[in-house]
Design a protein around this ligand. Structure first.
Ligand code: AMP
Length: 282
């Protein structure tokens, strides 16, 4: 397993692999890897001859008020996980390698980014689309792997690939959770012991919503109100949003009469956590 810092090194390696007729999977990450990321690497290793993991805390997807400076980083830990789960190369560029000083081109999206996290983080998806497009051009993978944990991101990437005729298969992978239900996230490290307990309210409300739909409830407002009521029982929790949207357009719906996504964002103290479920996965 190699770690490289430059675009030229990635391209040379990819060229050598392509000359041998090998297929390539890409797993874009911001590092501080956990079992959620590992499941993506494992899936790519299963489907492709070679797997490249990008490990880059992308400044462009953070607003000035967000946690770019404090975002956890640990390349040594990451390299162990990538190696263990069958990755072949880590691309760990410095910001200057990805964004030279005259950088001025962006990939942006309308509609899908005007709901959910796009409302609370208005410049976030422009940063995501831009960096993912760059990674796609640098690696030119056959397939790229994204977690359903970031459900809106997955929908945005699928839509972008379709809109811009990018010839890469996008694979969505299930959410990996802690044994008690909390969705694994690099940001869970920010939680104090008591906040970690409070954070369980996210997955509890997700399971409640799933259960209501399983039992036949189709009125989105009733489901959302029940989930909100449960979250409000936790004193450290502050709701950013609890919404049910159409899977493809990310626009709110009133009835579960098509494939839908139920997504939540909740602050536990200062830490903003997200969770969700797709009705198709119930
Ligand atoms: P991040 O490093 O947080 O940007 O995440 C990189 C990729 O890993 C994204 O596609 C995420 O959706 C995915 N991911 C993060 N956490 C999980 C999880 N708990 N289960 C599955 N995928 C995840």
């Amino acid at each position: 397993m190699r770690i490289v810092k430059t675009i030229a090194e990635v391209r040379n390696q990819v060229k050598a692999w392509r000359e041998q007729g090998l297929t390539i999977g890409l797993v874009p990450t911001m590092g501080y890897l956990h079992e959620g990321h590992a499941s993506l690497i494992e899936a790519s290793h299963r489907d492709n001859d070679k797997t490249i993991v990008s490990d880059f805390v992308n400044p462009m997807q953070f607003a000035p008020t967000e946690d770019l400076a404090s975002y956890p980083r640990d390349l040594e830990l990451d390299s162990k996980i990538v190696e263990e789960y069958g990755g072949d190369l880590i691309f760990n560029p410095e910001p200057e390698e990805m964004y030279h000083k005259n950088f001025s081109s962006f990939v942006d999206m309308t509609v899908l980014t005007q709901e959910l996290c796009g409302l609370s983080r208005p410049t976030h998806f422009r940063g995501v689309c831009t960096v993912v497009t760059k990674l796609f051009h640098i690696v030119k993978p056959d397939r790229a792997y994204f977690g359903k944990k970031d459900a809106q991101q997955l929908a945005v990437i699928r839509h972008m690939v379709d809109d811009l005729n990018i010839d890469i298969e996008i694979i969505g992978c299930p959410i990996v959770r802690e044994p008690d239900g909390l969705a694994k996230s690099s940001r869970n490290i920010y939680l104090s012991e008591s906040e970690r307990k409070s954070a369980l309210i996210l997955s509890k409300s997700i399971f409640l919503g799933m259960d209501m739909i399983k039992k036949g409830e189709t009125d989105c407002n009733i489901i959302i109100q029940a989930m909100k009521k449960l979250i409000h029982t936790e004193e450290f929790a502050k709701i950013d949003y609890v919404k049910i949207v159409d899977c493809e357009t990310m626009q709110q719906i009133e009835k579960i009469d098509r494939p839908a996504l139920c997504a939540i964002a909740v602050y536990i103290g200062k830490t903003r956590l997200i969770d969700n479920f797709f009705t198709e996965d119930i």
